[in-house]
Structures are given as structure tokens and as C-alpha cells.
Design a binder for this molecule. Structure first.
Ligand code: MOS
Length: 738
């Protein structure tokens, strides 16, 4: 019999767990390469202007130093020389050209890279590089620059949107208009960013990278250096967390490749925690305003949503901050406005649940505020305005069990203990509050290819150039293959994280299981079909659609004599192996017929200390309507991780800039607070676990982003329920409550 944990829907443990906990998993910075040298970056100390002069002499003569790379002496980059846009590969290129000219766009922008024979010597020499600048006045304060917002040029879906009447909320019997502010947050995965680059002659390059897409990194580097793709090998088998920060190639990666060219030796760059704040992206500081109005009975009449999002001054970044407002509730009159505000700061990059999480904080806070204004339970208000179909595109949902999720979560958190009046309950001397909020994210699926190769001994090798930044992608893929093929998981190997493997999309936007998993599923189905075709007369009496694939053999429950092992099929056909390569994608037709979204609902119970204003999340329930759950163990971990990220958003995380200098003041783990174990309560994870008939062959929908999206507003709503204080600017620190 098949091990049920190795079937789709099981709880199989991670295939790489032992490697990870024993140090056997190799991350980019750990590769042993002969002749390795070490790069250290020198940051700009001004925020805007030009480099007048850069003095590298002292650094060059320091012990062990091989080169100091600057805009003056850096090797030429073919794509830059050709004056091609610095953005390559649909915006996943470096955006800003490394060491290309004397312009300074933000504080901390690398102006030089010192390469030495040890990291310590490079670090010391970097301190000897001195620059003179021609400084210009800078702007890093979003609030002071709100009026400078631009309509985004690069994203059509974020043009001004209107359905029905404009600002209809204003004339509704019950209405409110409020502003919601999210600070910058920084991904801060445990693993620092960087790259190890090694040239083999003038036109062949190998890199060990921290990336969410080996194919993406390969393509960007190939385009930047005008090399054939196959001349660029990217290795990234293990990634120690990313949360979006590795969805592009950053300028310092190009700089490292240039340095390796300059010194003609491999160069490794691992940026510092400080640099993780300044040069590797963040969730952008965002000002939002929501106007919402309803009838006295609670029917929402109109909603308006404005978002102003911090950007860099050298490229445009957009995210779907106002998207959820268009379809989450049945509202006849909707208008949204999205503006990007260029500032002298590094570009943002998607951070878990990206704009949807930012937007949900505003939308789901406003819905909660409306529920108090109407004196109706916030779950009831949501159910009253539930859209039977997608009101934005007028399409049926591929699946939507959000109402079921409300009920499951309410039962689990003990919603009946909640008072609809704020500041009504105390427990152990603490104000008690309950809150909930909803999240949603597109159930995306992108084209992906998998190779499945059955060996003569009955083992299976499956390959695709997917990334696994931590969610357990390899595990889910083995499980899908084990389920379809009926081969025990310990006889299946899934290879990922290498650019020479079959095509896979970036690991972003919660789409890997849907994309790569579907390719694995389809490749294995085709392998089964081939085995039947090659089975000769062994199955001649059995109907194909009644065949069972289990324990490495095909059999028919109806006819006991009809049975043959996979190994025997190969042997009889004299085949050393049987291979299938399958490209899988969702038909455009299907995509046009259904609105495909995953949904989450978060419930929390908080305690708030009446004197100090300290908020403690006592209990959290994280629920997902994400179709069939492929692996309950790894999916639960995803949901817990997202809930922890949401606690950070709500209560602790804020990257603070001193605008006088344009510089972060809390760019380290001592001052930037990510939640620690003591901040995290019991998190109960629940899944609706109902198959989506249209998204993927497994019936699954994406999970990674929704895990965080509703969590921060759920906490803000619970804090209001506990204290009667509505905090509209995150994080909810004690000073805002006392
Ligand atoms: Mo995710 S923000 O798409 O890595």
C-alpha cells in the first residue's frame, strides 16, 4: 500500500530536512572554490549627488588587496555600453548600473568594491577608500512628498479605476474616511544576500547565487554581459529565506561579476546585515486612504481607495496595493488611485504578500471600522457583502470557500466570547480583544517544464529548474510524483536550483506548487501512459482506466493476473530508462473563464496591558482556502511563518530613516525588531482543503502570500476591540496606545 503521507494531501516530512539540520545543505556562500577571493562594498555616505573624486590608493596598497573596483576602472558591461535600458528581462534586471558612472541615487549605494584574499583584509581595506562628493539636496520623506506622486507608467492594472459612481461612499447613510500608513519593512531572511562569481575564460561564467529563480538570474546575467544563455551557469540549490528580496538580480551581483573579471579569480560577496536594509529592497512605505459607505442595514454602497507608494528615483516599482478592494466584497461603486512617489532611496521589491498585504491592512481595517459604525459583527458584515462572483471582471470564482473559512475560524478562536463593544473585557488584568481579517491573492500558475526519468531499477528522477527558498518545494514535488507513480518517496529524487534543468518560473507570487507541481504531475501521468503502452500483453485483459499504479507496478484490481512492475516493462523493452519531458500551463481559455484566487482568514485574540500598552497576541488562527493542500505539514509551516510575519507587520517592524541624512537608523537586528518566539502565540492552522476544479491537476491554489495578508489587520482590529483605540499607522507600538 502507498504510504498515505506520500500521497497528495499527506504530511510527508521534508526530503532535505536531514541535510539542513546537519549542515549538509550547501548555501551559495559555502561553496569551496579554488583561488577564491572576497569582495566588500564601500557605501556612499551622501544621499544624492555625484562622486567628485574617489581615492583608492591606500586601500590598494593594504595587505592582501587585489583590486578596488570603482566607476573609474570597472570593466565595461556590454549592455550598459550599448546604452540599453538598465532593466533587462521584464524588470528583473539590476535596475541601476553598478559602477557605471558617478551618480549617487541613495545613501549606502555602493561606490566601490574591494577585493582581497581574505574577507577581513577586504573589510579593512574598504574602510580606507575615501570619496569626495558634490552633494545635492535629497528627499527621502514620503509624507513630505505625497504631492509628487506619479501615475505608474509600467503597470496598466494600476491606472485609475472606476466602476459605478465615483466616491459614492460620501453620500451613503453610514460612511467613514480614514488614512492608513505602513512603514518600510525589510525582508531580513536569516541568510544574507550575495553571490559567488567565477569566470572561465572571457565568455563563460559560473555563479552560486541566492535567487528565487535560477533561470531568471541566468537570463539577466546573459543579457547584461551579452553572453549565450548556456554560457552562464547558475547554482542555487538551497536558499536561506528570501520573502521576495531575491526576485531580481541586484547591482551588487553585477559588480561581483565585474570584480571577478578584473582580478581573474572567483569573487564572493556576502553583504552585511546593514546592507540588507540599504541595497537589497524592502516593502515600501505606503500612505493609503479609504472612504467607505454603507446603508444602515450594512450593504456597502461605495468604496474609494488611494495609495501613495515610496519608490526610488531611478526606476518604477508597483505592487497590487489597491487590487483587493476591487473584488473582495460586492460593492457597486468602486474607485482606486495608485501613485508612485520617487525618493532618493533604493528601489523596493515585493515582500511577502506584497501590495496585497499593504492594501489589506487598509481595507480590512476600514471594514472593521464600518462594522462598529453599524454595530454589526464584522464577520456578518463581510458575509452580507460576499460576492457570489468576481465583481471586478464579472466571472465565476474557480473556487471560493471564504464563508466556510469564517465559520471554521470563528469556532476555533472562540469568537462567541467577543464583545461587539470595544474595551469591554478584561482577563488577568489585561484588556482582551478579538479581531479578524481576510486576505486574498491570485491563484497564479505559470508555464513550467518537468523531466521525469524512470530508471531500470525502478527509481525515479524528476527535474525542473525550480527554486526552494524554504517552503519545501522539493518535498511537495516528490510527494506529487510518489502519488501519481505509486513509487515510494525514498526511491524518488527531485532536482532543482540549477539553471541547466528544464524551465521553471521564479519562486514568487505563490505559484511554485501550481506551476512546477502541475508539470511534475503531467510528466508522471505521461510516464504512466507510456508504461502501459510498452507493457505488451501483460495488461491485455485490463481496462486502462481501471489500472492501479502502486508499489512500482501496474495492476488491475479486477483481473489479478494483469500486473507488471515498471522495472519489468523497461527490461522487456530493453530500455535503460524511460523519460518524459512535459511543459505544462493553464489554458488561456480557462484563465478567461474563471476568477482564480486563494483566500485566507486570520483570527487573533490579544491582551493589551492597560498601563504600558504592550500588546501580546495570545492566540492566532490562520485559515486558508487554497484548494487541495498538497502537503499538510509544509503548508502548515507556511501558514505559521506568514502569521509570524504578520505579527511583525502589526506590532514590531519598521525601518526608520533619519531624513536629515537619508540614512536608516535601525539597520540591524538589535534595533529592527522581527518577532521572536516570545512574541508568537499558539498558531492554529486550518485548511478548508477543498479541491479547486480549474487551477491545477492537484486541485491546489497558492499559499505563500495569503499566509501573511490578513494577519496585520486582524491584530489591529483585535487591539481596537480590546482598547477602543484605532491604530492606523503600523506598527502598533505601546507609545501609540498609552
Ligand atoms: Mo514573494 S513576495 O512573491 O517572494
Amino acid at each position: 500500500m502507498k504510504n498515505k503521507d506520500e500521497k497528495i494531501g499527506g504530511r510527508m516530512s521534508r526530503v532535505d530536512a536531514v541535510l539542513k539540520v546537519t549542515g549538509g545543505a550547501t548555501y551559495f556562500a559555502e561553496y569551496e572554490v579554488p583561488n577564491l577571493t572576497y569582495g566588500v562594498l564601500v557605501p556612499s555616505t551622501i544621499t544624492r549627488g555625484r562622486i567628485k573624486n574617489i581615492d583608492t590608493k591606500k586601500a590598494e596598497s593594504a595587505p592582501g588587496v587585489l583590486a578596488v573596483l570603482t566607476h573609474v576602472n570597472a570593466p565595461k558591461v556590454p549592455a550598459y555600453e550599448a546604452k540599453e535600458p538598465s532593466k533587462t528581462s521584464s524588470g528583473r534586471g539590476p535596475g541601476m548600473m553598478a559602477f557605471h558612472n558617478d551618480e549617487i541615487h541613495f545613501n549606502g549605494q555602493p561606490i566601490a568594491m574591494v577585493v582581497a584574499d581574505t574577507f577581513e583584509r577586504a573589510t579593512y581595506a574598504a574602510s580606507l577608500v575615501k570619496a569626495e562628493y558634490q552633494e545635492q539636496k535629497h528627499q527621502t520623506d514620503l509624507k513630505a512628498n505625497l504631492a509628487k506622486g506619479n501615475v505608474p507608467k509600467t503597470n496598466k492594472s494600476l491606472q485609475d479605476y472606476q466602476r459605478g459612481e465615483k466616491d459614492a461612499y460620501k453620500t451613503a447613510p453610514v460612511n467613514l474616511e480614514e488614512e492608513y500608513v505602513l512603514p518600510s519593512e525589510v525582508h531580513n531572511p536569516m541568510e544574507l544576500h550575495g553571490i559567488l562569481a567565477q569566470w572561465d575564460g572571457p565568455d563563460k561564467l559560473t555563479v552560486y547565487a541566492k535567487t528565487q529563480g535560477v533561470k531568471m538570474t541566468q537570463q539577466v546575467i546573459a543579457e547584461t554581459f551579452k553572453l549565450p544563455k548556456e554560457n552562464v551557469q547558475v547554482h542555487s540549490q538551497f536558499v536561506g529565506g528570501a520573502f521576495g528580496m531575491s526576485l531580481r538580480v541586484w547591482p551588487h551581483e553585477i559588480a561581483t561579476i565585474l570584480a571577478a573579471k578584473k582580478v581573474n579569480r572567483p569573487v564572493k560577496l556576502v553583504i552585511t546585515r546593514n546592507e540588507m536594509f540599504t541595497i537589497a529592497g524592502y516593502r515600501p512605505h505606503t500612505h493609503q486612504k479609504i472612504g467607505i459607505g454603507a446603508t444602515k442595514e450594512g450593504k456597502i454602497v461605495g468604496i474609494s481607495h488611494w495609495a501613495n507608494v515610496q519608490n526610488s528615483n531611478y526606476e518604477e516599482f508597483t505592487e497590487a496595493t489597491v487590487a483587493m478592494t476591487k473584488f473582495m466584497y460586492q460593492i457597486p461603486n468602486v474607485n482606486t488611485t495608485y501613485r508612485v512617489v520617487p525618493l532618493d532611496i533604493c528601489s523596493p521589491i515585493p515582500m511577502r504578500g506584497p501590495g496585497e498585504a499593504t492594501g489589506a491592512f487598509a481595507l480590512e481595517s476600514a471594514i472593521d471600522e464600518l462594522s462598529y459604525a453599524l454595530d454589526v459583527d464584522p464577520i456578518e458584515l463581510r458575509i452580507m457583502n460576499y460576492p457570489e462572483k468576481d465583481p471586478e471582471r464579472d466571472l465565476p470564482w474557480s473556487s471560493n470557500y471564504v464563508r466556510e473559512a469564517y465559520k471554521m475560524g470563528a469556532d476555533k478562536i472562540g469568537w462567541s466570547n467577543r464583545s461587539n463593544q470595544p474595551k469591554a473585557k478584561m482577563e488577568d488584568g489585561m484588556w482582551v480583544g478579538y479581531g479578524m481579517a481576510t486576505g486574498t491573492f491570485g491563484a497564479h500558475r505559470r508555464p513550467a517544464t518537468a523531466r521525469a526519468c524512470l530508471n531500470a531499477n525502478g527509481t525515479l528522477l524528476v527535474q525542473s529548474a525550480a527554486s526552494d527558498i524554504g517552503p519545501g518545494t522539493g518535498t511537495a514535488m516528490v510527494q506529487i510524483a510518489a502519488d501519481v507513480m505509486g513509487i515510494p518517496a525514498n526511491r524518488i529524487k527531485f532536482e532543482l536550483g540549477e539553471s541547466n534543468l528544464p524551465d521553471a518560473p521564479i519562486q514568487g507570487g505563490s505559484a511554485t506548487v501550481a506551476s512546477v507541481g502541475s508539470a511534475v504531475h503531467e510528466a508522471c501521468m505521461e510516464l504512466r501512459q507510456k508504461l502501459v503502452e510498452l507493457s505488451g500483453n501483460a495488461l491485455k485483459n485490463a481496462k486502462v482506466d481501471t489500472l492501479v499504479y502502486e508499489d512500482g507496478k501496474i495492476s488491475s484490481p479486477k483481473d489479478r493476473s494483469a500486473s507488471i512492475t515498471y522495472a519489468e516493462v523497461l527490461k522487456r523493452n530493453n530500455l535503460p530508462k524511460l523519460e518524459v519531458i512535459k511543459e505544462s500551463k493553464l489554458s488561456e481559455d480557462q484563465q478567461k473563464k474563471f476568477a482564480m484566487y486563494s483566500f485566507s482568514v486570520h483570527f487573533v485574540k490579544v491582551h493589551v496591558h492597560p498601563t504600558t500598552g504592550v500588546v501580546k497576541v495570545k492566540h492566532a488562527v490562520a485559515l486558508a482556502d487554497a484548494g487541495t493542500i498538497v502537503n499538510h505539514k509544509t503548508a502548515s509551516s507556511q501558514m505559521m511563518g506568514g502569521a509570524v510575519g504578520g505579527i511583525g507587520m502589526a506590532l514590531t517592524e519598521e525601518a526608520v530613516i533619519d531624513h536629515r541624512f537619508g540614512r536608516y537608523v535601525n539597520n540591524n537586528f538589535a534595533d529592527y525588531h522581527v518577532p521572536v518566539n516570545a512574541d508568537v502565540p499558539e498558531v492554529d492552522v486550518l485548511f478548508v482543503d477543498k479541491k479547486d476544479p480549474y487551477t491545477t491537476p492537484m486541485g491546489s491554489k497558492g499559499l505563500g502570500e495569503i499566509a501573511i495578508i490578513g494577519m496585520a489587520p486582524a491584530i489591529a482590529n483585535a487591539v481596537y476591540n480590546a482598547t477602543g483605540k484605532r491604530i492606523r499607522e503600523l506598527p502598533i507600538t505601546p507609545d501609540k496606545l498609552i
